[in-house]
Ligand binder design. Structure first.
Ligand SMILES: *Cc1c(COP(=O)(O)O)cnc(C)c1O
Length: 615
């Protein structure tokens, strides 16, 4: 799996004249988006987690872009005026860790090319296409082994045409090192050499070289953009083709307004399409390790916390935590102010754990004084609470509650399943020792991985505790993974690839921005509900912005199933919710939901409510 990409963007773009005097070529827009930004988005969607951009001319444009996409690193080729793409590649090379994709900055291309390179079994590969008629072709010639032996604009000199150079390649770190070494050695006569010529030199170096192959996609939709004529051709001919190709691969959109699993991006869906692999291979172990660190980073400092993962849903993680984290002779206090708090208590009772339940209203804030009295009343070892009660959308004030639990010497175990990844959380600051979540809520992955983010010191205390269960034992799972980079039992392999992609996308958006997006959707929802005349169960100021429980209208004409089916026919899935004798339906802001989709949903809801005489 390729994790890094290098974009060579130092050039002057002088063939454009005025247009690129005060702007790099990559920032020329097509359909409202700079070429290089579109390329960045495609690389992210293809699972690239770090993009190194080698800059030069007007480098500040790229530094700005890096602020918008935190996974971009820029490096300046200070000598860009006297060098060429190889000079820019040279300054990027030290940041490349393993294999990487190399791209030119002025490309418009179908993202399928990235998929093809990600799937290539050969290590060093140059992407090529059939005849483009672009009038600026760079021809590639290969030898009898399929290795590149000539790069030229002079077609007549080519005997064995292998295709036209696209400007996207895949190289190993060692190949890149050889390129840099060659450039270094021949700098005096080769200052302005192109990277593709150096490909050829390394590939044909009989002593110490390394082969690089050509992978041709005959009818590949792509173009380089070097001047006004090419830009025009790109806009009218190539871009529409790319757009159509990509839209053919887009998955029918269903917006899940139910409280998990949540709507996923197409790139997360496609991330599951990978070569088969035995999960006991080290390569997969490393992937799981990186995923675990990524999961931890969303809510805690990996120096102090570690994520322990299981193949299960969120409740599985809850069960692992509750059954593992109460000491053998311990006593548990559980807050129950909704079905998920009740579920924690139920799990504890099934394991015969000594426990008291603190019951509180499902739609009004917890009485903190009462809770503290309860904490004081007995010697509890462990305190359990749900952060965000998904039943109602009530957010419990953990910043006030957790310090109380600490004061009475308790270990705090917390179900943060439906808050995790949706809002900034710092377990260390809150004083939470163990916290559960799942791959398929705010983080935006597929269902199937449940995990517990554990404070390392606290987890290590469980070393000699007798196991209450087998599959879900936290310490055993942790220890086995630490020693083998394997889970004890078969993990959901493809779900892990999707989760990796979901973590990348979370990092790119940032949790702060995600919370802002959910809040924007929630505001649209709340305003819409008020306009329609529907009431909410929980007061606005206590709501999480993730779930809104809506009281059903009083008319007997209301029928949840009818509303559900009507909404579903427009691609929206909603969820019922009964709380004691209060009847509600629920709308979630989770995953890949966009404000304009919420606006559309409000129209659908208004139409239904109008049809039954509510508005
Ligand atoms: C979704 C959710 C869970 C887990 O539910 P599963 O169906 O087991 O994934 C647990 N706790 C809360 C608060 C949740 O919202």
């Amino acid at each position: 799996m390729i994790k890094q990409a290098v974009i060579m963007a130092g050039g002057l773009g002088s063939r454009f004249g005025n247009r690129t005097q005060a702007m790099p070529k990559g920032f020329i827009e097509i359909d409202g988006l700079a070429m290089v930004e579109r390329s960045v988005q495609k690389l992210i969607a293809a699972g690239i987690e770090e993009i190194i951009i080698g800059t030069g001319h007007c480098s500040e444009f790229y530094d700005e872009l890096a602020k918008k996409y935190p996974i971009i690193k820029t490096v300046r080729n200070d000598n860009y005026e006297n060098t060429s793409s190889m000079g820019t590649l040279e300054v990027c090379a030290p940041l490349v860790k393993e294999s990487a994709l190399l791209l030119e900055s002025d490309l418009l291309y179908d993202s399928i090319g990235l998929f093809v390179l990600q799937n290539e079994e050969r290590d060093n590969v140059i992407l090529a296409s059939g005849k483009t008629n672009s009038e600026d072709e760079v021809y590639l010639e290969s030898d009898e082994d399929g290795v590149i032996c000539n790069v030229t604009k002079d077609k007549a000199s080519v005997k064995n045409l292998a295709g036209e150079l696209v400007g996207i390649s895949k190289v190993t770190k060692s190949f890149l090192n050889k390129m840099v070494a060659y450039y270094d050695k021949t700098r005096a006569e080769n200052a302005k050499i192109d990277y593709e010529t150096v490909f050829c030199r390394i590939a044909q170096d009989k002593e110490g070289g390394e082969p690089i192959f050509i992978r041709k996609i005959e009818y590949y939709a792509w173009t380089e953009i070097d001047d006004e004529a090419m830009l025009e051709r790109a806009k009218t001919l190539i871009y529409p083709r790319i757009k159509e190709n990509e839209s053919l691969r887009s998955v029918r959109r269903e917006v899940l307004l139910n409280p998990g699993p949540s709507t996923t991006t197409d790139s997360v869906k496609y991330a599951q399409v990978v070569a088969d692999i035995c999960p006991r291979e080290l390569e997969f172990g490393k992937l799981m390790e990186e995923v675990a660190t990524g999961l931890t980073e969303v809510c805690a400092d990996p120096k102090d916390y570690i994520s322990v993962m299981f193949g299960c849903s969120g409740t599985g993680a809850d069960e692992a935590m509750v059954s593992s984290c109460v000491p053998p002779d311990g006593k548990l206090l559980v807050v129950d102010n909704g079905s998920y708090g009740a579920r924690l208590a139920k799990i504890a009772s099934v394991y015969g754990i000594d426990m008291d339940v603190f019951k509180s209203s499902t739609y009004e804030p917890i009485d903190l004084e009462e809770l503290e009295k309860q904490m004081q009343s007995k010697k509890y070892t462990t305190f359990a609470i749900v952060y965000h009660e998904t039943t109602t959308g009530l957010l419990n004030p953990l910043e006030k509650i957790c310090p109380m639990a600490k004061k009475y010497g308790m270990t705090t175990i917390c179900d943060i399943v439906s808050a995790y990844g949706g809002m900034p959380i710092d377990l260390g600051k809150l004083g939470i020792d163990f916290a559960t979540s799942t791959s398929n809520k705010h983080i935006g992955g597929m269902a199937g991985v449940g995990f517990v983010v554990c404070k390392r010191d606290e987890l290590l205390k469980q070393k000699d505790w007798p196991m209450r269960n087998y599959y879900l034992n936290l310490y055993d799972q942790y220890k086995y993974f630490l020693e083998t980079k394997q889970t004890r039992f078969t993990p959901p392999v493809q779900t892990f690839y999707a989760l990796r992609q979901a973590i990348i996308e979370t990092k790119v958006e940032t949790v702060e921005k995600r919370f802002e997006r959910f809040t924007e959707c929630w505001e649209i929802l709340v305003k819409g509900l008020k306009d329609i005349g529907l009431k909410m169960l929980v007061k606005e100021e206590f709501q999480s912005h993730f779930i809104t429980a809506i009281l059903i209208p009083e008319t007997p004409k209301y029928n949840f199933n009818e509303l559900h089916d009507y909404a579903r026919s427009f691609g929206f899935t909603i969820y019922p919710g009964k709380l004691g004798n209060i009847d509600t339906f629920r709308i979630a802001n989770m995953g890949d939901i966009k404000p304009e989709e919420m606006t559309h949903f409000i129209c659908v809801l208004r139409d239904y409510m109008h049809s039954i005489g509510v508005c």
